[in-house]
Design a protein around this ligand. Structure first.
Ligand code: SOE
Length: 405
């Protein structure tokens, strides 16, 4: 951590951030690092020190538009910079393990995008590296940003306060439609070697984490089906030039799932159902979750992310029913730092909240959540889903995955 003398004798501690990758997630994270100190009163201030990407030209352009001070074309040079104390990994999953482990060993705090890794083996190695690093005061966290939606964090609070009573059901969905068109190209998210899995790891991981986060219960076993509806797609621009011959449009095989559905059991006797799909026409980013308990229920849909629906089953029947809570009050999680009640937040705020929580944990010397160990647990559920689907929906427990990892 560096200490800079501010004006007027006041001192501001700063932490240099080095980010790897600059596409969608890189842009979202840059925005968060830039504005977090303006809205939250933090013990440390992040500095956008350097950004890494393979193409010098594109990385320089990204640095200029996103506000990064320096550019590296090799992530190894980024993690070795003296002005970088936090490494923020926003690359496809196939590079997470290598970068995260090297950064932790170099003594850098690590924020890693989800899903944490492409395999359980990688996630185990990352978790072991994180535990060794934590013993030296080096922190790590997985970027499950939807935990930081105020309504989701508030749902967890209501559950923890016992307002739902004994928990019985989780019904979770993550519905998108951005690859419905069969002409949509074979981008990295549709390639198993780069992304690990398809809708399952990309968006299914979010609902697994969200369900476990709100309820405080882990998923213990699953029975799953997956499907790839569009099996061949035009090659994406960067690879098309390599294999297109004669003028005929080159296509490639989609090696991941378009949709993954599974039922599961959670700790404490809960039953759960999950659906992750990129083929739900008309649904753009519908992360939805409903939880039913003996004393009430909660329902959330990210497409109306400032709202949480709560049914209090202790009220007389005539007064019962779901009521809408607009989660923008000063005593709602995160909300007080922003606008007056009713002036809603958006997707970008979830990343700002993530940056805030990570910076506070580093400054206060506490372990941030979701830890790499929590990310590993999600990874094991993803593996259980894949294994179950490959074996005709056979019931598969997290323990099965641990035994034959
Ligand atoms: C693409 O499906 C994607 O960008 C995910 O990768 C993100 O994690 C999710 O927040 C939105 O959708």
């Amino acid at each position: 951590m560096t200490t800079n003398s501010g004006t007027g004798g006041s001192e501001t501690r700063t932490l240099g951030v080095g980010m790897v990758g600059y596409a969608f997630m890189g842009r979202a994270h840059s925005h968060a690092w830039r504005n977090v100190s303006a809205f939250f009163d933090l013990p440390v201030r992040p500095v956008l020190a350097a950004i890494a990407g393979r193409s010098k030209e594109r990385t320089e352009a990204a640095a200029a538009s996103l506000g990064w001070a320096a550019v590296e074309t090799d992530w190894r040079d980024l993690i070795n910079r003296d002005d970088v104390q936090i490494v923020d990994i926003c690359t496809p999953g196939d590079s997470h393990a290598e970068i995260a482990i090297a950064a932790l060993e170099a003594g850098k705090h690590v924020l890693c995008e989800k899903p944490m890794a492409n395999t359980v083996e990688e996630a185990v190695a990352m978790t072991e590296a994180a535990e060794r690093a934590a013993a030296r005061g080096v922190r790590s966290m997985v970027g499950f940003n939807y935990r930081r939606v105020p309504a989701v964090a508030f749902a967890r609070r209501l559950v923890a306060e016992g307002r739902l009573g004994e928990l019985r059901h989780v019904r979770a969905q993550y519905l998108q439609d951005w690859i419905v068109d069969p002409e949509f190209p074979l981008v990295w998210r549709l390639q198993k070697d780069k992304a690990g899995s398809g809708a399952l790891g990309d968006i299914g991981a979010h609902i697994i984490d969200t369900a476990q986060f709100i309820t405080g219960r882990l998923i213990t076993g699953v029975s799953a089906i997956t499907e790839t509806f569009v099996k061949e797609r035009p090659l994406a621009e960067e690879s098309a030039g390599l294999s297109a011959s004669s003028g005929a449009a080159a296509t490639g095989e989609v090696t991941v799932d378009d949709a993954a559905l599974f039922i599961g059991r959670m700790e404490g006797g809960m039953l759960a159902s999950f659906e992750a799909t990129r083929m739900a026409t008309g649904r753009k980013n519908a992360l939805r979750i409903e939880i039913n308990g003996s004393l009430g229920s909660l329902a959330f849909d990210f497409e109306a992310m400032n709202e949480l629906w709560f049914h209090d089953h202790t009220l007389a029947g005539a007064e019962g029913g779901f009521r809408r809570i607009i989660v923008t009050e000063p005593d709602h999680p995160y909300a007080g730092a922003w606008w007056p009640p009713g002036h809603g937040l958006g997707y970008d705020h979830t990343f700002t909240h993530e940056a805030k929580d990570f910076l506070e944990a580093i400054a206060n010397g506490t372990d941030p959540s979701p830890s790499f160990a929590e990310g590993l647990r999600v990874q094991k559920v993803l593996a259980a889903v894949e294994r179950s689907a490959a074996e005709g929906s056979r019931w598969t427990t997290v323990e099965d995955v641990e035994e034959n990892a």
